[in-house]
Design a protein around this ligand. Structure first.
Ligand code: HSE
Length: 309
């Protein structure tokens, strides 16, 4: 059994327009690194954090609380140390906290010879999300743990389903360098939804899932519509409408807010279109004077990966 593991903990795009809190997918080339080790002294210690100003105290750190939830159910004396090398900025909308909590529980599970399935790890990682945003949503941690596209069919009882990944789908993600806290972004959402909007939204969720399985790219595109959350949250994101228009005009299948923002994602068929979309949205953002990053990524169907042992 290996006692120490270095992993890649990927960024994720949650909601995917129509699926607030239930849909997400995993990025391939953006993510954190973590080194997780088993130690003889029982308990969880965060020994190093680079790239972000985050708490080392276990109970205040998303990776710490996720591993503690894991060990509580595992119910044997285990010592764990966690080193975190953050590359995903907090408050970026591409699953920064999820990468840390999912990465930590995945690695501990691996080091202990997989007592839990990836699906069973979701609930432990959700404890990290609860600490980060006050809400235990699973739409970032599930795709990080399972890879590809995931659906949270139900929260109570928790039922997470891995969906199909059509090979040619590509993500273009723009991350404006402003921080939008998930808790703030959740506070602008209304608790009630009209039946008319609910019908539109669940039609789109069904269409999106069907489109993934039948690899019907046009159906995927038609289903990337959010009539409930996007109209309320998009006002928090500079030039959201202009970015969306530029993405669609340049061939994206769909475009929306990544998670709770401020990142914006576009999904395209093929690398060439994804590049074209990136250029078009770069042009929009160049005019704002704001700093930003743009990522072009395949869908990572594997999720968390071992870098070396
Ligand atoms: N579903 C969550 C939200 C994702 O939109 O608040 C946060 O990344």
């Amino acid at each position: 059994m290996n006692k120490s593991l270095r992993i890649f903990a990927p960024a994720t795009v949650a909601n995917l327009s129509c699926g607030f809190d239930i849909l997400g997918c995993c990025m391939d080339n953006v993510g954190d690194e973590m080194v997780i080790s088993l130690t003889p002294d029982p308990g969880v210690k965060i020994t190093k954090i680079e790239g972000a100003n985050l708490p080392l105290e276990t109970h205040k750190n998303v990776a710490g609380v996720a591993v503690e939830a894991f060990l509580k159910e595992y119910n044997k004396d285990v010592g764990v140390t966690i080193e975190i090398f953050k590359r995903i900025k907090a408050g970026s909308g591409i699953g920064s906290s999820a990468a840390s909590s999912a990465g930590a529980v995945w690695a501990v599970n691996h080091l202990l010879d997989n007592p839990f399935t990836p699906n069973q790890l979701v609930k432990f990682a959700m404890e990290g999300e609860k600490l980060a945003s006050g809400n235990a949503h699973a739409d970032n941690v599930a795709p990080a743990l399972l890879g590809g596209f995931t659906l949270v069919r139900s929260y109570n009882p928790l039922d997470v389903v891995k969906l199909n990944t059509p090979k040619e789908l590509m993500l273009t993600v723009i991350h404006p360098q402003i921080e939008v806290k998930t808790s703030d972004s959740r506070s602008v959402i209304k608790n009630n939804v009209s039946l008319k909007k609910a019908i539109q939204q669940w039609g789109n969720v069904g269409g999106f899932v069907a489109g993934l399985f039948t690899e019907d790219y046009d159906l995927i595109g038609r289903s990337l519509e959010d009539v409930i959350i996007e109209p309320l949250r998009s006002i928090l994101i500079p030039e959201f409408n202009a970015v969306k228009k530029a993405a669609i005009t340049n061939g994206a299948l769909g475009c929306g807010i990544s998670g709770s923002g401020p990142s914006i994602f576009a999904i395209s068929k093929g690398q060439e279109t994804a590049n074209k979309v990136a250029n078009a949205i770069r042009e929009v953002y160049n005019k704002t004077g704001l700093e930003f990053d743009i990522h072009i990524s395949k869908i990572n169907n594997e999720g968390i990966k071992i870098i070396n042992q």
